[in-house]
Design a protein around this ligand. Structure first.
Ligand SMILES: Nc1ncnc2c1ncn2[C@@H]1O[C@H](COP(=O)(O)OP(=O)(O)OP(=O)(O)O)[C@@H](O)[C@H]1O
Ligand SMILES: [Mg+2]
Length: 327
């Protein structure tokens, strides 16, 4: 399973959503979850999660992977550049660029990286991949990671300016990407509160809203370091992230089942927020309908595994360094 996340503008929380999803992703049958920071503007997760206490080990990360990908890259090979975020190795991170200028090294290797990542679905055990692609329309975007995932979710706040910014970007994506099953399923994820109900936003954007995360003041203060806290899984944010992860996982499973059965899968049902406030401008319905039912030939289906090398050593940067982090 490959899920890419993007935003239009205004830093709605894309990287944060990607990290919270990786943390909460359902761990079915020993599957691992890999978070990839493919934002051309650079990576944030290590810094945010460990508050500067942990550095990327030498030779790891997206830049090192890109340098090697010039000579071709198999699926298992890309895990050599990842690091482990928990004690049992279920959660992995391919840390992003330290300097946006390094994106030049990726221009010719995004395709190799993308096919190595899509191939991880057939790895044994399979690896589910969540990619933070940064803002749409950025310089040197990771185009194959926008075109080849099973699902592409746009992250936005439920505000007029975020919805207005997302609409033309989604329209451009619809124009440039083939509809499912050849192209990814498009979806939206909301962060924080706003005057518009989820159903209205879904209608306006023409994509299902898979779920939403609340604004969390503690997260705003501490960043992803909150994942180390015992209280996090029971917090409103932790529960919402788990629910969002289940919703997206289910969307991807639907595609997988549709591939097997060649039948249409149900669109994801939107969760509803409070009604719009008085005086808030109405959002018209989308001009274009949502794409046809999703099927992907690239999903890692049960039983469709291929012989790939064992996962190589991945340095553990979690519990040994961060007091209180639980796997
Ligand atoms: N649910 C939330 N509640 C409170 N603060 C949040 C939430 N999600 C994200 N934030 C905060 O908002 C800021 C921006 O988040 P983040 O870096 O994830 O956005 P982004 O969309 O990836 O931005 P950019 O486009 O610049 O990469 C961060 O300080 C983050 O801690
Ligand atoms: Mg970001």
């Amino acid at each position: 399973m490959l899920l890419s996340l993007v935003s239009a503008k205004h830093a709605p929380g894309t990287t944060t959503v990607a990290a919270l999803l990786m943390w909460a992703w359902p761990q079915v049958a020993a599957r691992q979850t890999l978070l990839v920071e493919a934002d051309p503007a650079g990576g944030d997760v290590l810094l945010d999660m460990y508050e500067g206490a942990v550095r990327e080990p030498e030779g790891r990360g997206l830049l090192a992977a890109a340098v090697d990908a010039r000579y071709g890259m198999r699926a298992g090979q890309i895990l050599r550049y990842a690091m482990r975020l928990d004690s049992d190795g279920h959660r992995l991170l391919l840390a992003g660029l330290a300097d946006p200028a390094q994106v030049a090294a990726l221009r010719d290797t995004w395709s190799e990286i993308a096919s190595a990542l899509t191939g991880l679905g057939g790895f044994d055990p399979p690896v589910d991949v969540i990619v933070d692609c940064g803002r749409l329309g950025s310089f040197a975007p990771p185009v194959p990671l926008l075109a080849e995932p099973d699902a592409l979710a746009i992250v936005l706040r439920p505000t007029l300016r975020d919805v207005a910014a997302a609409a033309p970007r989604l329209a451009a994506l619809r124009e440039s990407l083939p509809p499912p099953p050849a192209g990814p399923d498009l979806a939206a994820v909301l962060v924080g509160e706003g005057p518009y109900p989820v159903g209205r936003i879904a209608d306006f954007l023409g994509v299902p809203v898979v779920g939403s995360l609340p604004h969390d003041r503690h997260l705003a203060d501490r960043g992803l370091g909150i994942l180390a806290e015992r209280s996090y899984p029971r917090s409103a944010l932790g529960r919402a992230a788990a629910s969002l992860a289940r919703g997206l996982h289910e969307l991807l499973l639907d595609r997988s089942r549709a591939l097997v059965t060649s039948q249409a899968s149900e669109p994801t049902r939107a969760r509803y927020l409070p009604a719009p406030m008085a005086g808030v401008p109405e959002l018209p319905a989308a001009q274009q309908p949502v794409g046809s039912p999703p099927v992907s030939p690239r999903l890692g289906l049960p039983g469709v595994t291929c012989a790939l090398p064992q996962v190589p050593f991945i340095p553990d940067v979690s519990t040994a360094h961060i007091p209180g982090v639980r796997g």
